[in-house]
Design a protein around this ligand. Sequence first.
Ligand SMILES: Nc1nc2c(ncn2[C@@H]2O[C@H](COP(=O)(O)OP(=O)(O)OP(=O)(O)O)[C@@H](O)[C@H]2O)c(=O)[nH]1
Length: 646
Amino acid sequence: MLIQWRRASVSLFLGPGGRARFTTSTHWRAPKPLAMEDFTCDLIRNFSIIAHIDHGKSTLADRLLELTGTIKKKEIGKNEQVLDKLKVERERGITVKAQTASMMHPFGGKQHILNLIDTPGHVDFAWEVSRSLAACQGALLLVDASQGVQAQTISVFHIAQERGLKIIPVLNKIDLPAAQPERIAAQMQSTFGIDPEDIIQISAKTGRGVDQVLQAIIDRIPPPKGTATGPLKAFLFDSMYDRYRGVISLVAIQDGILKKGDRIASCHTKKKYEITDIGVLNPEEIPVNGLHPGQVGYIACNMKESAEAHIGDTLYRVGAVVDPMPGFKPAKAMVYAGIFPIDTSDFPKLEESIKRLALTDRSVTIQRESSTALGQGCRLGFLGTLHMDVFRQRLEDEHDANIIITAPTVPYKIVYKDREVYVSNPTEFPDAIDVSSKVKEVQEPVVKASIIVPEEYFGDMMDLCFTHRAEELEHKYLDAGTGTESRIMLNCVIPLSEIVTDFFDQLKSRSSGFASFDYEEAGYKPSNLVKMVFLLNGKPVDALALIVHRSHEDAIGKLWVKKLVKVIPRQMFEVPIQAAVGKKIIARETLSAYRADVTAGLYGGHVERKMKVLERQKEGKARMKRMGSVDMPQEAFFEIMSSKSK
Ligand SMILES: Nc1nc2c(ncn2[C@@H]2O[C@H](COP(=O)(O)OP(=O)(O)OP(=O)(O)O)[C@@H](O)[C@H]2O)c(=O)[nH]1
């Protein structure tokens, strides 16, 4: 694949196999700048597609791009998903990074611009959804006609409603034999108060009904508002990194006109820049002569650091005075993990790769960390475990990194008598003695979770919630009065730490894949938490420390020592492997000694000599054991950490 080097998004730098390939085509010629002044607000629609994961956003985006002639039509059924560009997105069939595309299409004899902002569906990326919606006036709410309303359908609907967007309900996959459009339409009516008459029925796969969606975008979504004569206000809603041009920002123009060479400043940082490049994404970059009110496009302005492009910032003309537009809550890391190189000498390379990758993923936080067992590494903060997994996979795929990633933890709040401290690394968590004497209270983050599941699995879901310390459980029927296949929405408050481990896998397996799940932050609650350390031959291994709830300490302690005894290589002496909380040993396994046959070379009846040699070996082992530190090899860490996440 020959790749146009000017494309800002990292994804187009991927060559076959996902390896990074930077190539400049000698045949490349800059496209002629588009005249944008003809596109007044009434000819513009800015919208997003929102849905539960897998309900068909990217497929519908492809059909819209084809229908408007933005991309060439493909064979039906061959879903390329043009906007899902990262290798990991294609492999997992999920959208991670929202992409934007401006489509030109004539309606009523006039050329219009439809700006489509694709959004991810997974709960970890809800932040991307809300920031994409900030640049829109409407949203297509897509629901799979066979699966119906799911947990994320509800959460994205509320995000869009809170932002005052016009919502166009769309039922997708009506080609499926299992589709039940009438029933699901009734469900959308009872859940969201949507009039079934307003719902457009389509198959994004075959293209059926997609033209009605296009028409509804024009008819139902209000055009953006703004004046060309007002002082420039550009809303910065996304950014990406280009190794040649630095930070590329996506902006929605509220008022004024933005042109190449203009000097702009940021309301957030007050830094000044000059626009060096300006255009729209189609979905490739097309340079334009300027961006006008209501339009959405990209700018390059010599921003060197990603952090300078503050999401939600307002850009204005140098010298003017403007009120910043309301921004929105920044992404908050919910899950932390340490990342270490398998070969400790690879740290500088790993750190560089992490920084590079973080340029394309603004929601990751990075801090250096060092561990006696694993050496130098980085502690990273992620939005959730899928986000963590995607980042790890991208590090391996795109940067060839060989890494160990520690067990995920959440940020705990330690309330001392005179201050509060957030701890996201178990090694910094106070020891049991300190907790009883100096610490007033330990609090953990909790979330409001909602699970939607067919009635037959309700009992299993309740059980799952109870074993994960859920509280305030309540439920309601979603299809009240519509007959047999009732589905239930279960709401509860659950500690975040409980859902970052195996909760999602269990939810899926115990509901045969039918349950959907979503959550939102719900603050902190006091909790009886302790630090568990693991001792090898009496010495603690820092990288293995965990924070666990008192009620789970026995089970977790036993499980982990059993795992450890399997992965640690045997030594010349016996090695106790223990799990401890404070001074109390919770669980123990013994790694038996590897016995070298020191008498192998002694033949015949030299019994005394044999005894002497064995005696000396025993003494030697005892001495080694006294002094011996048992090093846990990186491979063993790798095995235990990867078995942990399964
Ligand atoms: N039969 C049928 N399958 C569809 C239709 N639309 C999408 N699909 C399939 O549903 C699956 C998910 O579609 P995507 O477009 O990747 O879904 P998405 O909502 O973008 O997924 P995320 O980006 O991960 O949230 C793919 O296998 C599509 O081929 C449709 O109208 N009919």
